[in-house]
Ligand binder design. Structure first.
Ligand SMILES: [Zn+2]
Ligand SMILES: [Zn+2]
Length: 248
């Protein structure tokens, strides 16, 4: 049982960390820069961490920029106010993401002054290949078969399979629906769900993030804590990334 719990927690937080650092804060918002070498290292580790649910950074970034541009309007790709439940929001988000991924949406679609999101077409082709995704699913299932004390634990396998989209859905649904508001001037319905957001590594400070979308730290009040900002400052201190003063 310990192995399963450690595997679940490890996968949850590793996947989430690469999601928020690489896909959200770097690819979507360009809050910091990194060399081509480190960008490719992040590509590979984001793929390994997200596994079967690896999200292509370019498609993720374009969709996410549209979310900020049209937040909580009917053009928002995943506002909870446009859907009756979280599953229908996830299905619609998946369709929008796939459309962007497959149609190579022109960069003037939603750049909003941001640089082009990172791309690595050859790698994306392999990492996004359905056969490769199935290998990850088999590995998750194999781990549960080997270590789960009873078949009830197999109910957790779908969470591993859909880890990236599940993290996205929690943030997009809860972060625009539940919690408190620091800033009413965002023009949307974003909220801060948890004052100490360890479970989602700071991503649930949606109201703060929508107020200052280019700031790498999402915690604005003394009682708020954003663990990802610690990771970002650490990466900056050891010079893997360059975090400009304007993003601090
Ligand atoms: Zn949001
Ligand atoms: Zn954002």
């Amino acid at each position: 049982m310990t192995a399963i719990i450690l595997f679940f927690i490890g996968h949850w937080f590793l996947s989430l960390m690469y999601h928020t650092v690489f896909l959200h804060r770097y690819s979507s918002h360009a809050m910091f820069t990194m060399s081509r070498f480190w960008e490719r290292v992040f590509f590979v580790f984001t793929w390994l961490a997200q596994g079967s649910s690896f999200l292509i950074p370019r498609a993720y970034a374009i969709m996410h920029r549209r979310h900020h541009q049209y937040s909580d309007t009917d053009k928002d790709p995943h506002s909870p106010y446009n859907y009756s439940n979280v599953i229908s929001m996830m299905i619609a988000t998946y369709r929008e993401y796939n459309y962007i991924k497959n149609h190579r949406v022109p960069e003037d679609f939603d750049t909003g002054g941001y640089p082009r999101p990172p791309e690595w077409p050859r790698f994306e082709k392999i990492a996004g290949n359905p056969a490769v995704r199935i290998v990850f699913i088999l590995a998750y299932a194999g781990f549960y078969i080997a270590f789960a004390p009873s078949p009830w634990w197999f109910l957790l396998i779908p969470i591993h399979v859909l880890m990236g989209p599940i993290h996205g859905a929690i943030v997009n649904w809860c972060g625009h629906k539940y919690g408190y508001i620091n800033y009413t001037e965002t023009g949307d319905r974003s909220r801060n769900t948890l004052p100490v957001d360890i479970l989602m590594m700071g991503e649930l400070f949606q109201n703060n993030h929508h107020r200052t979308p280019d700031k790498a730290g999402f915690a604005h009040k003394f009682y708020e804590f954003d663990p990802t900002y610690i990771v970002v400052r650490l990466l900056s201190a050891i010079k893997i990334i360059h975090l400009p003063q304007t993003a601090r």
